[in-house]
Design a protein around this ligand. Sequence first.
Ligand code: C2E
Ligand code: CA
Ligand code: CA
Length: 616
Amino acid sequence: MAEAIPHIVWMADSSGAGDYLNSRALELTGLTPEDLIGSGWLHAVHPADRELAESQWAAAVASGQPYLAEYRVQDRNGRYRRMQARALTIRAATGQVIRWIGTWTDVENDRLVGDQSEISRRHASEALALVDAFEASAPLAFGFIDTEFRLVRFNDTLARLNGLTSERDLGRTVADAIPELWPVFEPHYRTVIENGDEVNVVHSIRHDADGGETVWFTTYFPVRVEGELAGIGVIGVDITQTKQSERFRSVVLDTMAEGLYALDASGRITFLNGSAARILGWTEDELRGQLAHQTFHHQHGDGTPYPQEDCSLLTVRTEGRVARSADDSFTHKNGKIIPVAYSASPLRNESGDVDGVVVVFRDTTAETADRVRAQRELNSLSWLGRIRDALDEDRMVLYSQPIIPLTGGPPSEELLLRLVTPFGKVVQPGSFLPIAERYGLVADIDQWVITKAIERAATGRRVEANISAWTIANTDLLPLIERVIRETGADPSLLVFELTETAFMQDLGAGRTFAHGLHELGCGLALDDFGTGYASFTYLKTLPFSYLKIDIEFVRDLANSAANRHVVDAIVSLAKGFGQQTIAEGVEDQDTLDILKEHGVDYAQGFHLGAPAPMS
Ligand code: C2E
Ligand code: CA
Ligand code: CA
């Protein structure tokens, strides 16, 4: 069970000296049980944390109180990761501490992603719930056998079970020490060595002393030192009582937030715990006897069929190997596909044949969402750096799109921002402007755009430039515009600034000041994306706009949409009423252009009339 938990699980004797580490530890940190012996684990702890880690652990061992600490541990790539260490005591009936069982939870990522810590904590507490259950319901048996099957170490429980004594049997082979049990254990040892994987077996042990029988859930697992097989570890959990009373099930299995189900040799469900039922949406009664693959594992995450032959869970049965996946999916009773991570172990009978599978899984929806969120955040952050670099390295450029007069006004152009990557790729503003807005870089961008637009107007051209909704509250902006106009000698009446309704919705007072300021300077003002916001009439009535830009939403499909023609008509007459002109955006074909002309729209802009192109 310690192997089935997706966390580092370790154990130590009553003096605090480590003697067991699950294989997860090796996967994550490269530590082997050998490293743990005595206080060897301290070598993996960051030098700066070592003294504290050691003294905290010594204090816990001295007091027998639960242990909770956090320190950096070196992972197998040599990087330090922050781990949360927790441990509880396992006590004899007399209350005396026999052993310590503990977990290490990687909390490094918590620092990067706040929400993740909740998940890690939850996993840690699940692991500890299991530990509690161990403590409450079962003493543990431990042993370590080298590759020649010599007994290297074992605890009292294992000794008692198999009739071993330390003085006589340490160093002897299992065959010598307990010849009558050798045939029972040998096949499992050989399977571990041949497959390099763990084997789970349920042993029933008859006790001559009282004639009773106990049942042990036993895991045999390979122990490697620097990649070389050093021997075989054994952990046994007494499930006699719990088996009889079903406490094993209710206490251990139902306190797990992870789902657990068991299959027989034909892949039919024999058991599932409460979490599995909850995650999958079926009751145990509905699922018992069903073929698991066909019932909830028959489709991939994208809904395509998942044939049984491809199923990695099948190999657990056919090849007797452990299978793990961080990225699979099960199907809920209601048809919804749930992303899951699982580990599946073969169950062997006493003769060593695989006659079942135990699968422990968890719903990774939240983790996936967290990962997506974290990834998005990281993307934003890397974009932030790229935007800064682009500004510093002069890699922002303006494209120009023609604005064509339909009712006899002067032609103009809209300046549209692009970012050029160091490799020369041109990036649309939709990819980086929202990030620039969120992280306060848009003010720099707008200042740059405004300056370029005014310089362009100084060459005698009419131009329209976009100003972000976030910038209009920036009181430096009007003085900047005024200064650049003065310095370049540009004719302010050639300049039109485009603002969206959103800008005014955010801060009407600041928007009004800015709009009137521009108007007083002699610049034009266009209300961009008109018709997509709210309460436009208020702005139309009180703000000095010269143009309404009809959003592409209403221009698209104009030939086929009577509704859109109505909207265009309404906007045109509204604008006329206020003495404003209209500009239709997104004109993609001649039919649309003809209709716009019929409706008296003043200007048109769109791919049909000219796509945005580098400013010449
Ligand atoms: P916008 O101001 O509404 O700009 C019109 C968008 O429609 C532009 O996208 C333009 O390339 C695109 N477009 C033009 N004709 C057609 C057409 O016929 N069909 C279709 N489907 N699209 C057409 P772009 O360049 O990706 O800009 C997106 C938005 O980014 C702009 O929307 C504007 O809100 C913002 N933006 C662009 N340049 C700047 C800038 O310099 N400063 C600020 N603050 N925002 C800018
Ligand atoms: Ca615009
Ligand atoms: Ca627009």
